[in-house]
Design a protein around this ligand. Structure first.
Ligand SMILES: [Zn+2]
Length: 504
């Protein structure tokens, strides 16, 4: 082979010499370009989920056509994935679990594919894909989706009494479409949901249209902005849907399981005021659609599915309005922190959950209840040695990704510690600048620290090390004494912590 290449190069040079000297460089370059196609990596090297996502390309857009029949739980899907090659690719992977594939094409040509254990789907196109090339994958598949056990509990396509809801974190997208399943590769989505006529089918972004055919109805959703794959959702069933526009013209669509009373709608309707409250502190709301989905099903969590969080209905039926509203504040704060700015690696989960939890503290203070510094002081009364301090907030480990104390509460405490160090004005400047500068992108702990140092003109190594990278109570927490008989601070209905707050 090597010899063949050498000989052909000489042939070209001789030919070029006869044709004229001017042709020589281009001809030589062409002859020399023996394109070295190679496979894309099977994962993006995430610290906790190294095989999530895939290397060698980035996705620009997912066009999903999903038909779901609640009568037999069968899902029929067609995913159209527009991506750009980041190197000369001989083959590449997508992430996909369960369900049966029937065909895959790349730019219209049948591709070879095989599935590996876990979620790796290896696709070999007929021809190599040159770096920079935009290509389109179309995958057709069908089957009965299975739930998957993860850090948050079960996730995936939950079968409900009148349909299904698709939700979970972090590994859930691959249970219903082939995907580059990592938050660092964000793309736009168009989601067509086809369901039996008479049912609603709700997803992210704006409702672009509805059409009917042969007893089925298709709901088309789009315009939810660039999105991390786990934030894509679908809820199918009988919903009481309310639509309106905010004063700023953002279309709102709230969908509440029709078996749940008006109370959920009343709390969801606070979304506009909550977004205004958060926007005053964090900068403009990052998306062009807003809303919520309340599902009557034992999910055990709420999740910040983009533009339209999904809430377990128990949040609205078994607590007071203030408690339910705190969930809406938390999930909508994620639109800035987690959704618009995503984590580059799951290890940085505190940078999603800390600000979302802190937003709940801000809301609490604004409503005349406990203020952030009071909640902080109360948590600081937890004595050293208590298990409250026994994980590293900045690196809790995959099994503790949603640890309420280490990630949520201590994540929010870290922000209060930054606020104490740099002052409120600079602190909110940091939060706003983070959301604005990184809008549509990603950001991790070291970038957040660098921003805090830049805007405060202070060196914050010690602060971040103490609060995020030590499994111990930070010295700077102060010496507040626990109240007599107190164990852990009871800030939010503690009895529900395990069932409700673990994944909020
Ligand atoms: Zn959260």
């Amino acid at each position: 082979m090597v010899r063949g290449v050498a000989r052909s190069r000489w042939t070209v040079i001789v030919a070029a010499l006869t044709a004229g000297l001017l042709l020589l460089p281009a001809a030589m370059a062409d002859a020399r370009r023996k394109i070295d196609y190679s496979p894309g990596s099977p994962g993006l090297g995430d610290s906790y989920y190294p095989l999530d996502g895939n290397g060698g390309y980035r996705v620009r857009h997912y066009g999903l056509k999903i038909r779901y029949n609640p009568a037999n739980d069968r899902l029929v899907g067609r995913a159209r994935i527009k991506a750009v090659a980041k190197k000369d690719l001989s083959r590449f992977n997508l992430d996909f679990r369960g369900l049966n594939l029937s065909s895959i094409t790349v730019d219209g040509a049948e591709a070879r594919w095989k599935r590996r254990r876990g979620h790796e789907l290896v696709i070999t196109p007929k021809q190599g894909l040159r770096q920079g090339r935009v290509f389109e994958v179309i995958a057709s598949y069908a089957g009965v989706p299975k739930l998957r056990q993860g850090a948050l509990g079960e996730g995936g396509v939950f079968r409900t009494d009148d349909g299904a809801v698709i939700v979970g974190q972090p590994q859930v997208a691959a249970t219903w479409f082939p995907v580059n399943d990592h938050p660092s590769d964000r793309a736009t989505y168009t989601i067509h949901l086809t369901v039996p006529a008479g049912l609603e089918a709700i997803s992210n972004g704006r409702l672009m249209g509805r059409s009917s055919s042969g007893g089925w109805r298709t709901w088309t959703w789009s315009g939810g902005g660039k999105m991390a794959s786990y934030l894509a959702t679908a809820a199918i069933g009988q919903f009481d849907v309310r639509r309106y526009r905010t004063a700023d013209g953002v279309p709102v669509l709230d969908a509440v399981d029709s078996q749940i009373g008006n109370r959920a709608h009343r709390v969801l309707a606070k979304g506009e005021a909550i977004v205004r409250f958060l926007a005053r502190r964090f900068g403009p709301y990052p998306f062009g659609a807003l809303g919520g989905i309340v599902e009557r099903h034992d999910l055990g969590f709420a999740l910040e599915t983009q533009t339209r969080p999904v809430y377990d209905s128990i949040i609205f039926t078994e607590s007071d309005d203030a408690f339910a509203t705190s969930f809406v504040v938390h999930e909508l704060a994620h639109m800035w922190y987690g959704d618009s700015v995503a984590v580059p690696d799951w290890r940085h989960i505190w940078i999603n959950e800390g600000p979302a939890t802190y937003s709940g503290w801000l809301w609490s203070g604004a409503k005349g209840r406990q203020r952030p510094r009071e909640i902080f002081a109360s948590l600081c009364s937890v004595p050293p040695g208590n298990e409250f301090w026994d994980l590293k907030t900045g690196d809790p480990g995959p099994a503790n990704l949603f640890d309420y104390e280490a990630v949520y509460l201590r994540g929010a405490m870290t922000l209060q510690a930054v606020r104490r160090a740099v002052g409120a004005e600079t602190f909110f400047d940091i939060m706003r600048t983070w959301a604005t500068e990184r809008r549509g992108g990603t950001g991790g702990t070291s970038q957040f620290k660098a921003l805090a140092e830049r805007l405060s003109d202070r060196q914050l190594d010690g602060l971040f090390r103490q609060w995020l990278f030590r499994a111990a109570k930070p010295r700077a927490c102060g010496r507040a004494q626990p109240a007599a008989g107190a164990s852990l601070p009871r800030l939010l209905a503690p009895a529900r912590r395990t069932t409700l707050e673990k994944g909020a």
